[in-house]
Design a protein around this ligand. Structure first.
Ligand code: SF4
Length: 318
């Protein structure tokens, strides 16, 4: 369904001392129809740029994005198709909605535009959507300021599924919610994914959220991203139980199981170096990695592949 090949997004930062930032650097990723993929990494890793590329809001500097086999940036009709078939759930449920419009008005816009429904049919569709996300249909008359964060995120999810998308990209969908709402929103995404056979891409910095999603939908594929590069891929359970890449090991060391007593699963090692300077050609973790070798700073390693597990690190494969 989705194929990214050698995809790079570069930005120039600073007016006088110009610096090139690689938000994404030679990313290769395929997503099959019906799959659930968790893109995992810390803030600044490139996750949101990747999401923006997938919904065709960000044009890559280099490389190709194929959707259903068609080159998105060479084919305008494919970009139009993406606007309808690939829906984005934003991290901040409040700013994603217009405060001066009722919930019903916000939901009706994409339905009128894409499904051409109006009158009673439109009202019924909005009620059906609100019920599908566990909300009372009477909330359609309310304004965003009258709803809780958890309810607003459910409204955003309702809007995302309102036009029968093929793909839903949920970008840190629970990060800004109180802990009490988080599990409910992930449960909802998992149930809707199964009910409507949606391809779900979850973007998160939190391994516990990815693991919980995998508990609701088996076979979630994890993609670990760092410094704009994909560094490891595999089943979420394998990544958590036996991380390979040194960065993934660091992430797993810091992860707190959602079902545990709130303590870290493994003792957190001492903080890694905070310098972010690394060569775009080398391994992005080379300035922090305890195992760094000379070649790591010069050339990014090829992926070592073992069945459905992939890792880009010189400690493996050679
Ligand atoms: Fe560390 Fe080198 Fe592996 Fe990068 S490639 S994670 S620097 S050992």
């Amino acid at each position: 369904l989705i194929k990214l090949s050698n995809l790079t997004v570069k930005f120039t930062q600073g007016r006088f001392n110009k610096r090139i930032i690689y938000a994404l650097n030679n990313v290769n990723l395929t997503v099959e129809r019906g799959e659930t993929v968790a893109i995992i990494g810390e803030s600044g890793a490139g996750k949101t740029t990747l999401a923006r590329v997938l919904v065709a809001l960000e044009k890559p500097t280099q490389g190709e994005y194929l959707y259903k086999g068609k080159n998105v940036w060479r084919d305008r009709s494919t970009r139009k198709l993406i606007r309808r078939e690939v829906q984005y759930i934003y991290q901040d449920p409040i700013s994603a909605l217009n405060p001066s419009k009722t919930i019903g008005e916000s939901l009706s816009y994409p339905i009128k535009k894409h499904l051409k429904l109006k009158g009673d049919k439109l009202r019924e569709k909005i009620e059906e959507l609100l019920r599908a996300v566990g909300l009372d249909p009477s909330l359609a008359e309310r304004y965003p300021s009258q709803l809780s964060g958890g309810q607003l995120q459910r409204v955003n999810i309702a809007r995302a599924i309102s036009i029968n998308p093929k793909v839903v990209i949920a970008d840190e969908p629970v990060t800004m919610l109180d802990a009490s709402y988080r599990v409910g929103v992930i449960d909802l995404l998992a149930n809707l994914k199964k009910k409507f056979d949606i391809t779900l891409i979850l973007i998160t910095h939190d391994l516990a959220i990815a693991k919980y999603l995998n508990y609701k939908i088996e076979g979630v594929r994890g993609v670990v991203i760092y410094g704009g590069r994909i560094v490891e891929e595999g089943r979420i359970n394998d990544i958590i139980s036996a991380p390979l890449h040194p960065y993934t090991k660091y992430l797993v060391n810091s992860y707190i199981d959602i079902n545990s007593d709130g303590k870290s699963k493994i003792e957190i090692r001492e903080e890694l170096s905070t310098t972010n300077v690394f060569s775009p050609n080398g391994c992005p973790f080379s300035n922090k990695c305890p195992y760094v070798m000379d070649k790591c700073t010069k050339t990014f390693p090829n992926f070592s592949v073992d069945r459905d597990r992939k890792v880009a690190c010189y400690l493996y494969g050679e």
